[in-house]
Design a protein around this ligand. Structure first.
Ligand code: NAD
Ligand code: TYD
Length: 339
């Protein structure tokens, strides 16, 4: 099997590429990534000399390049992860999200349709469902009701993917996963940002009252689910993926401070994110029942391992937090920290 992974130098993508090389050693993985601020080849240093990992720097919106890669590497299937992925950035500037997430996905779907690929796996998100109240879970039949420019762009891509199955018969599978955490996550998302700031004795910016809830999943568990969905998912099927680990943001921040031995006085409540979704929680019973997936990590164990990874890999996150990220941090967070 030759699989084209898009966004393979990002957080989930780089974990997925390594997961596939380890657990599906016969497969060749072609990794197409534009190397935006969030993509980093350093995440894949251990695969530098691996002949079955082919890295190509490029944009998913480049149809000629996609056609060429499919032909040159005899690609059988696409696992599509490339995206602009951060809600706060989508509030600062939605356009890049429409271009990459909506238009970029459509270019890939067109290429997959014309090349008659055997499968197109769309890595969507639970955020397409919008926000839950205090009770209930998202199921695959929950109506899509996205609220941020990010989640609206992902919902568009998710629905266009399903339309390609319905209209053109393309073999697609869509996955909708909850919040991931683990090694190599860019430190603009909650968990790595809080670890990095705590280690640097900087304030930890908690939006609003800190009681928003996310349902956390360790990234390798997500990678295992994506692999199963690619191999065994039903054509046109949608699969929710989640860790059954709901936590309030403030609980997580306090767990991180305790893990690194820093005081809770570093917590700084700041102005809330506009349109901040209150709660996400996933019913993942379909993928467990139909594909036999189960997560291997508990949240406590997974978070402790993640904190250790960031402690052991300080040069990695210090490097990615400098440069382009610093400009963003200064504009996005500096004023919030005064709020
Ligand atoms: P990320 O921001 O860490 O990585 C995205 C990668 O895509 C980067 O390497 C970037 O360079 C690449 N990319 C962006 N635009 C591109 C383009 N036009 N062409 C080629 N490459 C491009 O994101 P992530 O957290 O790893 O998320 C990966 C996917 O999983 C996304 O589709 C996201 O919506 C989805 N997802 C993420 C989570 C989560 O908690 N992180 C949860 C559910 C679903
Ligand atoms: P995030 O990691 O950005 O993921 P998403 O918005 O896709 O769920 O945020 C997770 C939660 O943490 C969300 O409720 C917003 C909150 N949050 C903060 O309170 N402070 C922060 O600095 C960040 C980045 C997030």
């Amino acid at each position: 099997m030759n699989v084209l992974v898009t966004g393979g130098c990002g957080f989930i993508g780089s974990n997925l590429v390594k997961y596939l090389r380890k657990h599906r050693p016969a497969w060749t993985v072609v990794n197409l990534d534009k190397l935006t601020y969030a993509g980093n080849l350093e995440n894949l240093t251990e695969l530098e000399k691996d002949p079955k990992h082919v890295f190509v720097k490029g944009d998913i919106g480049n149809r000629e390049l996609i056609d060429h890669l499919i032909f040159q590497h005899k690609v059988d299937a696409i696992m599509h992860l490339a995206a602009e992925s951060h809600v706060d950035r989508s509030i600062l500037g939605p356009e890049a999200f429409i271009v990459a997430n909506v238009l970029g996905t459509n270019v890939l779907l067109e290429a997959a349709r014309h090349a008659k690929l055997s499968r197109f796996l769309m890595v969507s998100t639970d955020e397409v469902y919008g926000s839950l109240g205090p009770t209930g879970l998202f199921t695959e039949t929950t109506p899509l009701d996205p609220s941020s420019p990010y989640s609206a762009s992902k919902a568009s891509a998710d629905l266009i993917t399903l339309a390609y199955e319905h209209t053109f018969g393309l073999d697609v599978v869509v996955t909708r996963c909850s919040n991931n955490y683990g090694p190599y996550q860019f430190p603009e998302k909650l968990i790595p940002l809080m670890i990095a700031n705590a280690l640097a004795d900087k304030p930890l910016p908690v939006y609003g009252d800190g009681k928003n809830v996310r349902d956390w999943l360790q990234v390798e568990d997500h990678c295992a689910a994506l692999t199963l969905a690619l191999e065994k998912g039903q054509k046109g099927g949608v699969y929710n993926i989640g860790g059954n680990s709901e936590r309030e943001n403030i609980q997580i921040v306090k767990m991180i401070l305790a893990a690194v031995g820093k005081p809770e006085s570093l917590i700084k409540y700041v102005t809330d994110r506009p349109g901040h979704d209150k709660r996400y929680a996933i019913d993942a019973s379909k993928i467990k029942r139909e594909l036999g997936w189960t997560p291997a990590h508990t949240f406590e164990k997974g978070l402790a391992e993640t904190v250790k990874w960031y402690l052991d890999n300080r040069p990695w996150w210090e490097r990615v937090m400098s440069g382009a990220y610093k400009t963003y941090f200064d504009s996005q967070y500096a004023h919030r920290l005064q709020g």
